[in-house]
Design a protein around this ligand. Structure first.
Ligand code: PHE
Length: 456
């Protein structure tokens, strides 16, 4: 078999932008604010930041090292570096299963964003009473057909792009739209903080109420951090395989993590003050952003209808593009696996993924409406799938990645990778600390936190 030479990224900024492009998505804009609301505000943010710096960053470095060293995709990377050890060969399959599962419910939220884009196009929010704009979500999500249709539309677009091989087009577009989204979030933040009643939201994010801290907060914070940084699903391993041997991975990994963190925290500060101003319950549900942001647009629309209309269109469009690029990279994993292993054509593989993951997504979507009563282990289908992925599978996979680097790869190899063959003296100096985090702190923390999921 002819082995294709893997291309390299252009330079440091290009690496950070590509990784941040994968990392920034619904995880930051949709999931982070509602996790903060569900798990006690400022306390969650503190644990989230700590776990990003102490656990996710080592895991991130581990995944980049595995990718760069093995120079191959996530599934084969473990096998190649362990010289085809059966355990690691099997472990690699998790990197296919997890993205497939996540893509199925990720696109349900993509579908909600689509519905809100359509509503924005009719300037729906700018002419509405703010309270009506925020309660619209409840009736939309509990209806049967529209959310399912929107999910299928979003997923069909994602799979269609993968099938047509026109991925690079939308990825180029996302490089323009992500900075636009960033600016919009800052503008919304400024506006939202100025709303009457918003102060309570700011306080909620800044003043920790330690009585809100439970063992479970740790599991949710760490799961969120992995989800948001695209860790534990092979994505960063694959990106790592494109990183140049001379690149300083400490800088690129920290850069990506900081970017991602900033984006999430800004989204939290844009949304939570509006949540309090609108009198929405912060721990409401995954719909938090879809209740609070329309409230902001409706408020704005009372004085500046045209501006509010345009901002809402651009905002939801940007959210969709950010979600779509993430969704594409999730779907691509399953598609390329089916193409290689089952020898299916690209189109057939895409159709199969559409049927499988799209079908699971339909069940997730219905679990907000007609299937709301179906509970497994006390959770509705959507919540259960999200919990299994973010709180269980991502943790297992991240543990495998970090333990692989800490315990299976020889120390010399890890040192070589971390310092890019002695190119960076600073990395050389801090290597003992990083190795200690990789070998002991991160794996033990992940194991302990994993079990906090089950403390009642
Ligand atoms: N990190 C992305 C987000 O926050 C999700 C994602 C995971 C995207 C893995 C691609 C690959 O939304």
């Amino acid at each position: 078999m002819v082995s294709k030479k893997r291309e390299h990224f252009g330079g440091r900024v290009a690496v950070i932008l590509a990784m941040a492009g994968s990392a920034i998505g619904l995880g930051n804009i949709w999931r982070f604010p509602y996790m903060v609301g569900e798990h006690g505000g400022a306390v969650f943010i503190i644990i989230y930041v700590l776990s990003t710096l102490l656990i996710s960053l080592p895991v991130f470095l581990a995944e980049v090292m595995i990718g760069r060293r093995s120079h191959t995709n996530a599934r084969d990377a473990f096998a190649r570096l362990s010289r085809q050890h059966p355990f690691w060969k099997t472990a690699g399959y998790l990197t296919i299963l997890i993205p497939m599962l996540i893509s199925s419910y990720y696109s349900v939220i993509g579908g909600w964003s689509l519905e809100y884009l359509f509503k924005s196009c009719g300037f729906a929010f700018s002419g509405m009473a703010p309270e009506a704009a925020s309660t619209l979500f409840g009736s939309f999500v509990s209806s049967t057909w529209t959310p399912v249709l929107m999910h299928l539309l979003f997923f069909a677009a994602t799979v269609g792009i993968v099938a047509g091989g026109v991925r690079s087009g939308i990825e180029k577009f996302s490089k323009i739209i992500l900075p636009v989204l960033f600016v919009l979030i800052v503008l919304i933040l400024i506006y939202s903080v100025s709303l009457p009643g918003a102060g309570a939201g700011v306080r909620y994010l800044m003043h920790p109420d330690w009585s809100q801290l439970t063992p479970r907060t740790f599991a949710y914070a760490m799961g969120q951090s992995f989800f948001s940084l695209s860790l534990g699903m092979g994505a960063i391993i694959t990106y790592g395989s494109y990183v140049n041997k001379k690149e300083n991975i400490l800088v690129t990994s920290t850069g990506t993590a900081v970017f991602d963190l900033l984006f999430a925290i800004l989204a939290g500060f844009a949304i939570m003050p509006a949540v309090f101003a609108a009198g929405i319950e912060p721990g409401a549900c995954p719909g938090l952003i879809f209740q609070s942001i329309p409230y902001v647009f409706a408020k704005m629309g009372a004085t500046l209808p045209v501006l509010s209309g345009i901002v809402s269109i651009v905002f939801f469009l940007a959210v969709i593009v950010a979600a779509m690029t993430s969704s594409i990279s999730l779907v691509e994993v399953g598609v390329s696996f089916l193409m290689e292993r089952a020898r299916l054509s690209r189109v057939k593989a895409c159709l199969l993924i559409f049927a499988l993951c799209g079908g699971v997504g339909v069940l997730c979507s219905l679990s907000f409406g007609p299937l709301a009563g179906v509970k497994i282990a006390g959770m509705a289908i959507f919540d259960l799938l999200d919990w299994v992925c973010s709180n269980i599978l991502l943790l297992v996979m991240a543990l495998l990645a970090v333990a692989f680097v800490g315990w299976i790869l020889p120390r010399r190899v890890v040192h070589d990778e971390f310092t890019s063959h002695q190119l960076y003296p600073f990395n050389d100096r801090i290597f003992p600390l990083v190795y200690f985090l990789l070998k002991w702190v991160a794996p033990i923390a992940v194991v302990i936190i994993f079990f906090t999921n089950f403390i009642l």
